[in-house]
Design a protein around this ligand. Structure first.
Ligand SMILES: NC(=O)c1ccc[n+]([C@@H]2O[C@H](COP(=O)([O-])OP(=O)(O)OC[C@H]3O[C@@H](n4cnc5c(N)ncnc54)[C@H](OP(=O)(O)O)[C@@H]3O)[C@@H](O)[C@H]2O)c1
Length: 252
């Protein structure tokens, strides 16, 4: 299947490790022009090296902290420097934030900004040029927690909000040729991930978690998430605006 991604201009926000790195390398294999954002310069340079070795025609590294900058101005500066994007993947987010269900507004705002609103703010600048062209793909990395509403309540709620954004705004964008979608990973493991040390130690939490929450009885890989993201970035996803897709090893 030809995904039609070759030479498309792709922005990946949060591309230095884990799932985001997997996504960047998948796009590199498809020979997309990539602009990759993260805070860690060393890690990003390594991803760039791997991407170029895979035949990626251009890989530009942008070092920025999207929790600290003006995200609209940042998105404008990316378009000024690299041109409008055909495909945007928002991968920044995570559950390693306050877990306090009675947390303050500040804690909830942080969870929402980290997992949803920073990317939504960027979309207000990144999506209009796609509408003008009549073609675009925006993929938000959500979490199966946003559907199951388990685990850290701030994280689960923020991802549920993100899913609602994707479904409702995806519908609004559908007639304009822009496919906004979300991928909901289950637990994924990779070098340096939350689960990595527990796995290496043979910790009983691993078996306990998998047997209760992931029927497939193993962790996912970044590549298994990235392949679905790539499909959602392709021409073939044309009938899927607003889709929120679980990729979770059968969450239970
Ligand atoms: N891993 C899982 O099991 C799992 C499960 C479900 C959903 N997810 C979701 O999948 C996404 C990626 O998860 P992951 O486990 O791969 O996360 P990760 O290892 O923490 O990687 C996150 C990426 O985002 C970048 N990043 C983080 N904060 C940033 C900031 N303020 N500004 C710019 N870049 C930033 C990181 O790079 P720097 O540190 O270099 O900035 C890194 O490239 C998240 O949205 C997460 O909620 C993950």
């Amino acid at each position: 299947m030809n995904l039609g991604i070759e030479n498309k201009n792709v922005l990946i926000v949060g591309a230095s490790k884990g799932i985001g790195k997997g996504i960047a390398l998948d796009f590199a294999e498809e020979k997309a022009n990539i602009v990759a954002v993260a805070r860690s310069k060393d890690l990003m340079e390594k991803v760039k090296e791997e991407a170029l070795a895979l035949g990626c025609p251009s890989f530009n590294v942008v070092i920025e902290d999207i929790m600290e900058c003006d995200t609209q101005e940042f998105a404008k500066s990316l378009i000024e420097k690299y041109g409008a994007f055909d495909i945007v993947v928002h991968n920044v987010g995570g559950s390693l934030i306050s877990r306090n269900p009675l947390g303050t507004g500040e804690e909830w705002n942080y969870a929402l900004k980290f997992n949803a609103v920073a990317s939504i703010d960027m979309n207000s600048i990144l999506i209009p040029p796609m509408i003008e062209k009549g073609w675009g793909r925006v993929i938000q990395i959500s979490s199966i927690s946003g559907k199951m509403l388990r685990g850290n309540p701030l994280y689960a709620s923020a991802k549920a909000f993100l899913n609602a954004y994707v479904e409702s705004v995806g519908r609004a964008l559908a007639p304009k040729g822009v496919v906004l979608s979300a991928v909901e990973p289950g637990a994924v493991a990779f070098e340096g991930s939350y689960w990595d040390n527990f796995i290496k130690e043979g910790h009983p939490r691993v078996h306990d978690f998998l047997s209760h929450h992931q029927a497939i009885d193993r962790f996912g890989t970044p590549k298994e998430i990235a392949d679905v993201v790539l499909f959602m970035a392709s021409e073939q996803a044309s009938f899927m605006p607003g889709a929120v897709i679980p990729v979770d090893g059968a969450n239970c």
